[in-house]
Design a protein around this ligand. Sequence first.
Ligand SMILES: Cc1cc2nc3c(=O)[nH]c(=O)nc-3n(C[C@H](O)[C@H](O)[C@H](O)COP(=O)(O)O)c2cc1C
Length: 346
Amino acid sequence: MTNISFLGTPLPLIQAPMASAQDARLAIAVGEAGALGSLPAAMLDAAGLERELRLLHASGRPYNVNFFVHTPPAPDAAREARWLRALAPYYAQFGLDPSPPAGDASRQPFSHEAAEVLEAFRPPVVSFHLGLPAPDLLARVKRMGSCVLSSATTVREALWLQAHGADAVIAQGLEAGGHRGHFLDKDPALQAGTATLLPQVVEALDIPVIAAGGITDAAGVRAAMAAGASAVQAGTVFLLCEEARTSAVHRAALQDPDAPTALTNLFSGGLARGIVNRVMREQGPVSEAAPPFPLATAVLSPLRAKAEAAGLGDFSPLWSGTNRRGCRTAPAADIVRTLACGFASG
Ligand SMILES: Cc1cc2nc3c(=O)[nH]c(=O)nc-3n(C[C@H](O)[C@H](O)[C@H](O)COP(=O)(O)O)c2cc1C
């Protein structure tokens, strides 16, 4: 296979970074199959990041490292107590003591500490979710020679990313699983599906555009490339891969192709798409009681652990895009091969 894509990989295909569902193992398998594997770093400390980067670096393939770039909200005891009260009936049901959480924010924003770890590896691609880091941090990444990507959910966000230094923009349609990448247009009513968003972003930008959201087969890849995408980023379709770390309850939920998904803020405080489960049904997928991203996670964690121990995904984030048709339990290389057919000419 020859290098043909602007990503430095034979295929213009990115395995989406999926915090909580994978580590370097999936990214390496994807890289060996000719696509760009991604390492989600939002939930890694510096030591964990270094450990995973060593593995990726040793694979000898190009790879992407991904960070969230939110501004952590200030703690607010009254707000956190309100969230605890909303979930108190579940705590009682599980016999748990509803004491305030230890303050684990679960997802950390990109930092100078993380940049220092990156500098030893100079990753070929670095992607961001929720915008771009502050100019000094972004300049540090650029000095490493990394290609910088970030997600946009509207044309306005895509133009902002281009103007502020992104080398390519991921157009994230509403079908996408996991967290919305929005940072300017946070109302999902302003956001559109991939087939609508992608051509508008392609027309508006001078830099490459990567299509994301609901792409799980060769036909989806073909449609995205025909609409002007320079590459495709797919997440959900890799969740059942043997090399993924998707939990047992998450895998079980993903097997049902008809289970509905919804945008929810219950699991982190930020809007993200997942399969509808008990807590989403009973609290409503979006609750005003949930504290802002990423603070909602800590109060749900004890409930999640109890339920998962009983084999239930009632309190787990079951992240998934709207389209699960291509999901299957298989080596990641098989999924890459399936998607790669969409790039074949003729
Ligand atoms: C389980 C899961 C976790 C995700 N975590 C991240 C993440 O850590 N960082 C990120 O930039 N995007 C994350 N995303 C969003 C993806 O980058 C991408 O937008 C999405 O997977 C594309 O839609 P699809 O899932 O329909 O393929 C996640 C998606 C899923 C399904």
